[in-house]
Design a protein around this ligand. Structure first.
Ligand code: F6P
Length: 320
């Protein structure tokens, strides 16, 4: 009989994590179980920094960004000593199963715990959307919208001054954020880590649009390619273009979640608990074609999740 589960958030925070925590706690209560909130991700788990979450503990958080449990990137947890410390705390706190919310780094930790006999389910939460197996991760839609709003503002000033703007967005080694906002923000060019940067093509593209009478342009670059400042210098050296650079940075991780992320997080949190009750373990909740399914945690880092080729082609076609 499962009585007590635990939930933690780990890695970069993402809008919607609070909605997922709320869903875990309230679904557990619905099934007569108690939830322990683990503070500061795996760091807090190793130290036993935990507290019981009541229904009221997760009241008034569904619309808030960040994570009420706080988060960390833990190096110690990657060691034998760290895993052992976590096992001791799980036993001390009488925790029967664990829900982890985060990206593939979080899943690797969960997988290691699973190999030691801990029942664990993952929920994908990262603005990068770079988790293989799920179409979307919690926080991606909000981050896209945050970057989109910033780009709309930049376009106003770019067109007023006839300027070339470079916008650097987050995404780690993946181009999902960059590609999505390049399409929605009407960018002339997008540079993503999945495709080698072709400076010649980029310059030709800019020359062509200038020749057609365009007086301002927008390039979106994913941080995994190079910094916006480096791209500015390379553009200056190769073609003489002068660009203004904006780094959106951590702004993209903050703010309350969109409706899409809130619903996604609520569904994923609910299913994570239901799955534990069915005895599932070592799996992650994924959204595939709008349906929630379970997939093995290892799938998250086995292969690289591909960018949507249709969106890539669209940037070329529309950004003339
Ligand atoms: O994974 C989310 C993310 O914001 C990435 O886009 C970015 O590369 C990274 O986290 C930044 O990490 P940190 O918060 O450790 O600086």
């Amino acid at each position: 009989m499962m009585k007590r589960i635990a939930v933690l958030t780990s890695g970069g925070d993402a809008p919607g994590m609070n909605a997922a925590i709320r869903a875990v706690v309230r679904t557990a209560l619905f099934h007569g179980m108690e939830t322990v909130g683990v503070m500061r991700g795996y760091d807090g788990l190793m130290e036993g920094d935990c507290r019981i979450l009541e229904s009221a503990s997760v009241g008034g958080i569904v619309h808030r960004g960040g994570t009420i449990l706080r988060t960390s990137r833990s190096d110690r947890f990657k060691t034998e000593d760290g895993l052992r410390a976590a096992l001791v705390q799980l036993e001390d706190w009488k925790i029967d199963a664990l829900v982890v919310i985060g990206g593939d780094g979080t899943y690797r930790g969960a997988h290691a715990l699973g190999a030691l006999g801990v029942q664990v389910i993952g929920i994908p939460g990262t603005i990068d959307n770079d988790v293989t197996g799920t179409d979307v991760t919690i926080g991606f839609d909000t981050a896209v919208n945050t970057a989109f709003q910033a780009i709309q503002k930049l376009r106003d000033t770019a067109s007023s001054h006839d300027r070339l703007f470079i916008v650097e967005v987050m995404g780690r080694e993946a181009g999902f954020l960059a590609l999505e906002v390049a399409v929605s923000g009407g960018a002339e060019y997008v540079a993503v880590p999945e495709i080698p940067l072709d400076m010649e093509k980029l310059c030709e593209h800019l020359h062509y649009s200038r020749k057609r009478g365009k007086t301002h342009s927008l390039i979106v670059i994913a941080e995994g390619v190079m910094s916006g400042a480096d791209l500015k210098n390379r553009l200056q050296d190769t073609s003489g273009y002068d660009a203004k650079v904006t780094v959106l940075g951590y702004i993209q991780r903050g703010g309350g979640p969109t409706s899409f992320d809130t619903v996604l997080a609520s569904r994923m949190g609910g299913l994570a608990v239901e799955s534990l009750l069915k005895g599932e373990s070592g799996k992650m909740v994924c959204s595939v074609g709008g349906r929630m399914v379970l997939r093995p945690l290892e799938e998250a880092w086995g292969t690289r999740k591909p960018l949507n080729p249709e969106l890539l082609a669209l940037v070329d076609i529309l950004g003339v």
